[in-house]
Design a protein around this ligand. Sequence first.
Ligand code: TYD
Ligand code: MG
Length: 469
Amino acid sequence: MKGAKVAFVCQECGYESARWMGKCPACDSWNSFVEERRPDVRVSRPISSVGAGWGGSGAVAAPVPIGQISASGEKRLSTGIGEFDRVLGGGVVAGSVVLIGGDPGIGKSTILLQAAQSIAASKGVVLYVTGEESVEQVGLRAARLGAGSDSLLVLAETDVRAVVEAMVTIDPVLVVIDSIQTMEDVELGSSPGSIGQVRECTNRLMRAAKERGVPVFLVGHVTKSGAIAGPKALEHVVDTVLYFEGEGNHAHRIIRAAKNRYGSTNEVGIFVMTDRGLAEVENPSEALLSERPGGAAGSVVVASVEGTRPLLVEVQALVARSVTGTPRRTTTGVDYNRTAIIIAVLDRRAGFAIGTEDIYVNVAGGVTLTEPAADLGIATAIVSSFRNIPAAPKTAVFGEVGLAGELRGVSQADMRVNEAKRLGFKRCVLPSHNVKSMTRRQLAGSGVEIVGASTLREALEAVFAVVDG
Ligand code: TYD
Ligand code: MG
């Protein structure tokens, strides 16, 4: 191909090289280089034809004083699904491109079809492009979800140029691409799903979205390393990246924003998979605690905050004598390294000889806890299992554990306490630093006994006090 550039691209991370390499110097994966061709823009375009901005119209953009830019100008389209709107930052912004990643079968196509149906029913034509499933398969799912709007158009197509053309002729209010890995630009010559294809197709769709002011949802598959195919390659191109979390065999699904140019990234949307699609969970704390075993050792409730919302979550631990020389540690839903630190602090600072035990930590309901406020919950659950004594009933905990064994303050303490109260908890054990900054009214009016602790040791004594006494 004349005027085309040949490059070898790592399919794991997008690293480019002029020659083939066995091992990628950027991400250390083996045998990941594939030859890709792309039109060389530098050769084929005279300088006078190079446009500025997305329009590419050739008009040169003039600088604008920052005070004159209207910030409230973004137009948002509600998806009709409250929890989904919440993660998006209050609906999807016109002309934005949103990438939705997650394991196969987790519910990406389901939520997008539900959103597409709701928008088609109230706002206008929606174009649902399926490259993965046939029109009939999409139809079957739609029937199951009760999605039958005449304004919801399904197109089985993998050629990205045809998709952009359809966007022009149909003029939809929303476009869904299921999935970006099946899209291809025939001129590139590489196979669909390769980094070059995924990146080029995303760029084309991105341009079309910006030019037409139409929001586009892209479904992206997650590779075994946990990243959306060519992770870095796509994540910084699109406006918003959402990830679906959840265990395949749990009904709960959480959508979390990993990047959002139009909203906060720490909001989560909580859903449950039913036989008629994904349903919003109105009262997540209650749902997550519904299966909690009463009075069992190794189970503790953490008052955590996800975004702007408090969430009570059960942390479970199991400490067992190690049969091999090297103790095993497994975590689901909490960070492995964070847990290792907490185990070390318990061992060295709080006097629990657990350094040689096998330790398993799990968060119930398939939830992932990312904030340090969960530390005290992890520590308490481990000690509860190790000593085989249940935590005091109706007690919730939170606080960050420091390396010196101190309990450090966390944000939004009163929001956590209020959520615990709402769900009928009688006591909260939290960092004394947080207690100090609470007003007398907050302390008295909370209806929950508030116990401040300045060290991990103190906090543990408070949690197990009722049982001991
Ligand atoms: P799907 O949206 O096809 O997953 P993805 O696009 O992320 O690969 O959803 C897949 C799972 O959800 C599938 O195992 C069936 C189940 N499901 C339900 O339980 N109820 C439903 O109403 C629908 C549509 C799917
Ligand atoms: Mg799908």
